[in-house]
Design a binder for this molecule. Structure first.
Ligand SMILES: Cc1cc2nc3c(=O)[nH]c(=O)nc-3n(C[C@H](O)[C@H](O)[C@H](O)COP(=O)(O)OP(=O)(O)OC[C@H]3O[C@@H](n4cnc5c(N)ncnc54)[C@H](O)[C@@H]3O)c2cc1C
Length: 377
C-alpha cells in the first residue's frame, strides 16, 4: 500500500478520517492515514474498561450535538446514536445545582421561589453595578452577567482551576456570554436539534469511516516534515502547527487534562454522567461516570467506573488553546509558512489552534474536501 499513496492524512481524528473517507469514496484514490498514537479516533477515542466493561472516552466525555443537517446526515451513515441528552450538575458547599445556571439554580442558591420574570428582575438588580462599556478582564465581564454571588460560587474558582490563572488575569473574551436561563430547562445543549452518543461507541464510528479498501491506517507513526512520507497528490496535516516547524516562532500554549480512573463497588456513584466541582478545595474540576452515557446497555449493577478530571500544563497533550493575542500572532506566522508548502494543506483543531466541537470539525473537513475535489479535477 505504501508504494501507492495518493493522499497522505496525518492524524486519525474526525478531521483526518472524514477527509480520508471522502477521498476514498468519491475520488476513488488511495489514502494512508498515519497517527503517532497507538489507536484511531484522535481525542474522541473510546475504549472498554477491562474490569467493569464500561465504555469510556479516554480524553474526556464527548457528547455529539449538532443542528447542522449536513453533518447529521453524513455521520448517520457510519453510526446510530442513542437518545442521550446531556445534563450537568455542579457540586457547591455539599449541595447539587443545575448547570448552566437556570431558574432551579437561582431559586436553590438564594432559597427563593421566583417565577422566571421575578428571577430576571432579581439578577438584573445584582448585575447593574457591574455594567461597563469595556471589560478589562474575565471577572468583570462575568459579574456583569450573573452578579457577584453566583460568579463566586460556580464560576470563579472553576475558571481558575481550568485555566491555571486568576480570572482577573484572563481576557474578557474567553466566554462571550455565560449561559443563564430563567426557566427550568436543564438540557445542556438545548439549542442543538440532535444529540447523543454513538450506539457502539466512538471508536466504532472511526472504524466504519475508514472501512474502505482504499484506506490504510498506520498507528505509532509520527509525521516529520524533515523526513516526510511523500504522497502522489497531497498531504493533509491535522497535527500541531508549531511542532511541524520545530517551534521556529515559539510554542503555542495549551491547557491540558489528566484523568484518574477509579472503580467503585456500587451500581451508581453519582446518578449522572458529569458533575462539576467548582471549588478550589477539590483539585479536580469534574467527575465523570460514563455508565450514564449508555442507559440502553445492560452494564453490571455491581460496580461503576468513575473518572476524575484534573487540569494541568502538558505540551504533549494539548486540549484547550490559550487563545490570547500573543498566541494568535504566533499562529499567524506559522500559517504564513504553511502557504509556502507545495501540495500540503492543514485542518482540524491542532493545526488551526482552535477549539472545535465534533460537528464543527466534521463540517470543516467536508468543506475542505469540496475544495480538494474542485482543485483535483
Ligand atoms: C476535554 C474535551 C472534551 C470535549 N468534548 C466534546 C463534546 O462533548 N462534544 C463535541 O462535539 N466536542 C467535544 N470536544 C472536541 C473534540 O474533541 C474535537 O472536535 C475533535 O477531537 C477534533 O478532531 P481533530 O481531528 O481536529 O483532532 P484530534 O481528535 O485531536 O486528532 C488529531 C490527531 O492527530 C494526531 N497527530 C498529531 N500530530 C501528529 C503527527 N506529527 N504525526 C502523526 N499524528 C499526529 C494525534 O495523535 C491525534 O490523534 C472536546 C474536546 C476536549 C478537549
Amino acid at each position: 500500500m505504501k508504494k501507492n499513496i495518493d493522499f497522505l492524512v496525518v492524524g486519525s481524528g474526525f478531521y483526518g478520517c472524514v477527509i480520508a473517507e471522502r477521498i476514498a469514496s468519491v475520488l476513488k484514490k488511495n489514502v494512508l492515514i498515519v497517527d503517532k498514537r497507538d489507536h484511531i479516533g484522535g481525542n474522541c477515542f473510546s475504549e472498554i474498561d477491562k474490569t467493569t466493561k464500561i465504555e469510556y472516552h479516554k480524553y474526556g466525555t464527548h457528547i455529539f450535538h449538532t443542528s447542522n443537517q449536513k453533518v447529521w446526515n453524513y455521520i448517520n451513515k457510519f453510526t446510530n446514536f442513542n437518545g442521550y441528552r446531556h445534563q450537568v450538575i455542579s457540586h457547591y458547599n455539599n449541595k447539587k445545582y443545575q448547570m448552566p445556571i437556570n431558574l432551579e439554580t437561582i431559586n436553590n442558591y438564594y432559597q427563593k421561589d421566583f417565577s422566571p420574570r421575578e428571577a430576571e428582575v432579581f439578577i438584573k438588580k445584582k448585575t447593574v453595578k457591574f455594567q461597563k462599556t469595556n471589560y478589562k478582564n474575565f471577572e468583570e465581564k462575568a459579574k456583569s452577567q450573573i452578579g457577584n454571588d453566583l460568579y463566586n460560587a460556580f464560576i470563579k474558582e472553576y475558571t481558575e482551576k481550568q485555566w491555571g490563572k486568576n480570572p482577573k488575569n484572563l481576557p474578557s473574551n474567553i466566554f462571550n456570554r455565560l449561559p443563564l436561563r430563567f426557566n427550568y430547562n436543564e438540557d445542556y445543549f438545548k439549542n442543538c436539534i440532535w444529540q447523543g452518543i454513538p450506539i457502539d461507541g466512538y471508536t466504532r464510528v472511526f472504524e466504519n469511516l475508514i472501512d474502505n479498501k482504499r484506506i490504510s491506517f498506520q498507528p505509532l507513526t509520527e509525521y516529520n516534515i524533515n523526513n516526510p512520507i511523500k504522497p502522489k497528490y497531497l498531504t493533509i496535516y491535522t497535527g500541531p502547527i508549531d511542532k511541524l516547524f520545530n517551534y521556529r516562532y515559539g510554542k503555542l500554549s495549551w491547557r491540558s487534562l489528566k484523568f484518574k480512573n477509579k472503580i467503585v463497588q456500587q451500581e451508581d456513584f453519582q446518578g449522572t454522567s458529569v458533575i462539576n466541582y467548582p471549588q478550589l478545595k477539590y483539585e479536580f474540576t469534574r467527575i465523570h461516570e460514563p455508565k450514564h452515557l449508555h442507559l440502553e446497555r445492560n452494564y453490571s449493577k455491581k460496580s461503576t467506573l468513575v473518572i476524575e478530571e484534573y487540569p494541568i500544563i502538558n505540551d504533549e497533550e494539548p486540549y484547550y488553546p490559550i487563545n490570547d493575542n500573543n498566541n494568535r500572532a504566533i499562529h499567524r506566522l506559522y500559517k504564513r509558512d504553511i502557504n509556502k508548502l507545495k501540495n500540503f494543506i492543514i485542518g482540524g483543531r491542532l493545526a488551526d489552534y482552535a477549539y472545535y466541537d465534533m460537528d464543527m470539525t466534521i463540517s470543516a473537513a467536508l468543506v475542505k474536501f469540496e475544495y480538494i475535489l474542485k482543485n483535483f479535477k
